[in-house]
Design a protein around this ligand. Sequence first.
Ligand code: HXC
Length: 281
Amino acid sequence: MFKDDLLAGKRYLITGGGTGIGRNIAKRYLELGARVAICGRREEVLAQTSEELAKETGGEILYHPCDIRDPDQVESLLDWLWSGGAPHGLVNNAAGNFIARSEELSSRAFDAVVRIVLNGTAYMTLGCGRRWLAEERKASVLSIVTSYAWTGSGYVLPSAMAKSGVLAMTRSLAVEWGPRGIRFNAIAPGPFPTKGAWDRLVPLPKLARGLEERIPLGRAGDHQELADLAVYLMADGSAYVNGDVVTIDGGEWLKGAGQFSYVGDIMTDEDWETIRPKKKG
Ligand code: HXC
């Protein structure tokens, strides 16, 4: 879908790049010629992913442990990264989430998610932004959100509150920093199964039942489809896209929103025949 050298000469930082969606985006960027740095909390996971992706793609990948909830760790990561040359873009992918009844959330449980998704994303974005602005560099920031950033969702309250904050950041800074060469966009993925997310969001087999049938396209997403969208939104070819969020969910959230969309799941051919007006005469 893209030229093999589309991202040649570019450098990108991907938070949470050791696993899941972040790892898949890192792989795709490397395949297209970019140099990639990944960060995350667990050094052994970062080291293994870096070794595997370097082998699989032949690309250049660096890693640095960082808990993005800690502003000091974010600053040391960015000092380390900038010492090797400024990146052209940041992918805010690191997140935390689990399903729970909201009345049972402790303050620590609430903080555990919000401090990663909202605070960590802000520290990372502001840290990169200050450096890019000081150097008058053009750059691009891509944040992974979710469709419940605008609909809200039961049972993932801290994540919904934090992701809507990340979307607000995307739109706010697109306007504030757009004139200075930094653009901001977001991707709202539907179900793209990964171990990290699914262990926490689909912890019982019965929760998985019906997940794919709820989606108009009848299937979960393929990781390459998401990674290719992350390529497009980061690449120079999308330079005029600023402050938007692109949903990639097979139509999932719209189906939930449309008042009569459920009808197709219930009605049989006979039912349609029964309700069809009979021709007069
Ligand atoms: C209720 C829970 C819980 C659970 C943790 N807690 N898991 N409460 N149900 N399943 C509570 C703990 O009891 C504790 O509160 C507090 O949260 C902190 O827990 P820790 O385990 O000490 O926190 P920490 O090690 O910092 O882990 C953070 C985490 C964890 C968010 C809780 O799940 C994590 O590290 N996740 C990172 C990976 C991840 O979540 N990936 C999925 C992202 S998916 P008390 O009061 O007992 O001390 C995503 C997708 C959105 O964002 C879109 C989907 C389509």
